[in-house]
Every structure is written in C-alpha cells, then in structure tokens.
Design a binder for this molecule. Structure first.
Ligand code: IPE
Ligand code: IPE
Ligand code: MG
Length: 249
C-alpha cells in the first residue's frame, strides 16, 4: 500500500535534507481532460488547483524555491482558443491567490518573454510580483512564455552589451558572469526536476540550471499531482547519491 501523506511527511522530516529548489514541468492537463471527455481548458483549470497544492507542500517541508513551467515559448503555437484560456486562467489564479500568497510569505516572480503577453495578463503579473515582494519563506518562480535557449541567448546578449560598452573584458566572461545574467541569478540551481505525465524530455526548460538536478519522472498527470505525489518525489530525492562527478560515498 502506498504511504499516507502524513507518513511520507514524517519520513521526509526524519531524513532531514530537503531539496532547496524544486523545478516542475507541469504536464498532462490535456490528457487529463481527454480522459474525462472534456475540452483541454478543463484540464488546465484543474492544473491550476494542483499549483496551490505544490505551493502548500513546499511550504510544509521547507523548500526555499519552487520553479514552475507554466507556458513555454513553443506553446504559443497552440490554437488561439487554448492560449486565451490559459491566459485567462493565469489572471484568475493571480486574482484569487495573490493575498494568500502574500500572507504565507511567498514571493512570486515571473520569467519569460513577457512582452508577448496581453495587457491584462502583464498587468496581473506586475501586480502579484509587487504585492508579494516582501515574501521570504518560499520563492515561487513562474515561467511563462519561457524558453531555455532564449534565456541563454539573452544572457549572451547582455554580456556582449557589457563588453561593447567597455564594462567587461572578454576574459571576465566566466560561468559566474554568465549565471549572473540568467533570470534565476539569485536562486540556487534546482536540486530536483520533476516532470509529470510520463514524458521524458526537458522541452527547453532551464537548460543551464538543471545541469546537476536530480530528475524525477512521474506518470501522474499534473492535475492529479497533489501533496502526496510531491512528497513521494522528495522521498525519492532523499535516497539519491549526488556525486557531482566525484567518487561516490
Ligand atoms: C501542460 O499540459 C500545460 C501546458 C503545457 C500549458 P498539456 O496541455 O501539455 O497537456 P498534454 O501534454 O496535452 O496532456
Ligand atoms: C512543456 O510541456 C511546457 C509546459 C509544461 C509549460 P509541453 O506539453 O508543451 O511539451 P512537449 O510539447 O510535450 O514537449
Ligand atoms: Mg504536454
């Protein structure tokens, strides 16, 4: 029988070390809806509820950073009706959750090509980023209209601008200098990368940052990925031997 949520939580606490930063590719909303003979946006709506569960779970165990892939650059190629439904859900999520997130000490930031977002969506994002600025318990990074390669190209462009302006010499382009120009410059790299719905690919998410993340593929579709599934992933992580190229312990 699967462990109960309380048992898992107790086990996680006994084990001690919790990932500081968890990244999640939230996948499977469409299939979840199809299984119920419902349109895809129905799955996305349920997926938003799972975001709340993930935040609660991270707060409960003391994860410091949670990075969620919500909408990729490539997702703009989906039918306009689906894109609009996703953007409306984003606005709805922010309107409903902003106060609670602030109260819980969650600091929200949103990364990606936000210029492509509609006025109302961009305004909602600015609002929640501002209103949660003082949060110190959990950093919640939402990746929207995001592509990992685009983030790397942006970092390269920022470095080139500094060199062209005489602020930086090419020899000073180190890994640290590069990292400092990523969206995630002030967070540690993810320790654990979770992808739901059984797909085994990165789909252009955080290409630089996941260099040494432990990968966890769950067959659960994102709308069903609650606290229990998150705790199972953390338990699994706690059993990993992270060697970073060295000899194992
Ligand atoms: C993830 O679910 C949400 C987004 C990519 C926005 P999908 O919409 O990709 O669901 P599937 O993969 O079609 O089941
Ligand atoms: C990745 O999921 C993007 C998000 C979860 C936001 P996709 O469903 O878009 O990825 P692919 O198309 O299966 O690679
Ligand atoms: Mg998908």
């Amino acid at each position: 029988m699967a462990d109960s949520e309380a048992d898992l939580l107790a086990n996680i606490r006994v084990q001690g070390e919790v990932p500081r930063h968890i990244a999640i590719i939230m996948d499977g909303n469409g299939r979840w809806a199809r299984e119920r003979h419902m349109p895809r946006p129905f799955g996305h709506r349920s997926g938003v509820k799972a975001v709340r569960a993930a935040v609660e779970g991270c707060l409960e165990v003391g994860v410091e950073w949670l990075s969620l892939f919500a909408f990729s650059q490539e997702n703009w190629q989906r039918p306009m009706t689906e894109v609009s439904a996703l953007m409306s859900l984003l606005e709805e999520f922010i309107a409903r959750e902003a106060d609670d997130l602030h109260r819980q000490g969650v600091r929200v930031r949103v990364f990606g090509d936000l210029e492509r977002l509609s006025g109302p969506a961009a305004a909602a994002i600015s609002r929640v980023v501002r209103s949660t600025e003082s949060g110190t318990r959990l950093g919640l990074n939402l990746f929207i209209s995001y592509g990992g390669r685009a983030e790397l190209v942006r970092a390269a462009r920022l470095l080139a601008e500094d060199v062209a302006a005489g602020r930086l010499v090419p020899d000073a382009i180190t890994e640290e200098a590069f990292r400092a120009r990523l969206f995630t410059a002030d967070c540690p790299d993810p320790d654990l990368l979770i992808r739901t719905s059984g797909e085994r690919r990165l789909s252009n998410f955080l290409l630089w940052q996941v260099a040494y993340a432990e990968l966890y593929i769950s067959n659960v579709l994102w709308p069903d990925f609650g606290c229990t599934a998150l705790y199972e992933a953390i338990r699994d992580f706690q059993g990993r031997d992270r060697r970073f190229g060295r000899v194992g312990t």
